[in-house]
Design a protein around this ligand. Structure first.
Ligand code: HEC
Length: 154
């Protein structure tokens, strides 16, 4: 009789223990499922996108610029034999916002400001590449102007 009561008590204790594990285990499993789903849905690409303004993004932007833009726009976007300097004041963000750079890369540019032959669409760049090259151009402008805008003309 005493033995029976003792074993019932132990069963109850084991059940309580199992409930505690369920309480801890369920949230852990839930978090794991959410993380796995986020990784699957986001794909590798999302995880690889460099953070806006980070040194990784600027490094990627420089790489993209050197490979695709520098032949015309020159080193550091300071102008070249076949393209204007993008650090020129007409390319300040108020006059040529990021969307204008994006459009130039996607569609090319027919000559309108300068006497160069124009710009063809630049193919083979991912969205991350274009974001990065924009960040790189803006960085070069700020460096050339000593701030986000060119100094006002006297
Ligand atoms: C084959 C030469 C060439 C290449 C390569 C080139 N560009 Fe250009 N780009 C030009 C010329 C020329 C203009 C100026 C057209 C005008 O206004 O007369 C221009 C203009 C621009 C403009 C100004 C667009 C506007 O709305 O006036 C931007 C921004 C630009 N280029 C960005 C880039 C970027 C970024 C790359 C590389 C991904 C690139 N370009 C590659 C020749 C080139």
């Amino acid at each position: 009789m005493a033995d029976n009561r003792e074993s019932k008590r132990r069963d109850a204790a084991r059940r309580a223990q199992r409930r505690r594990w369920m309480l801890i285990g369920a949230p852990v499993v839930l978090v794991a499922v959410v993380v796995a789903a986020a990784l699957l849905l986001g794909g590798g690409e999302e995880a690889d996108a460099p953070v806006a303004g980070s040194s990784e993004q600027l490094a990627l932007g420089e790489e993209v610029f050197v490979a695709n833009c520098a032949t015309c726009h020159g080193e550091g976007a300071r102008g070249g034999l076949a393209g204007p300097p993008l650090v020129h004041e007409i390319y300040e963000p108020d006059h040529h916002p990021d969307s204008a750079i994006r459009a130039a890369v996607a569609n090319g540019v027919t000559p309108h400001h300068w006497d160069f032959a124009g710009m063809p669409p630049i193919q083979g760049l991912s969205d991350d590449d274009v974001d990065a090259v924009i960040a790189y151009v803006r960085e070069r402008q700020q460096e050339a102007w000593g701030g986000p805008r060119p100094p006002a003309s006297p």
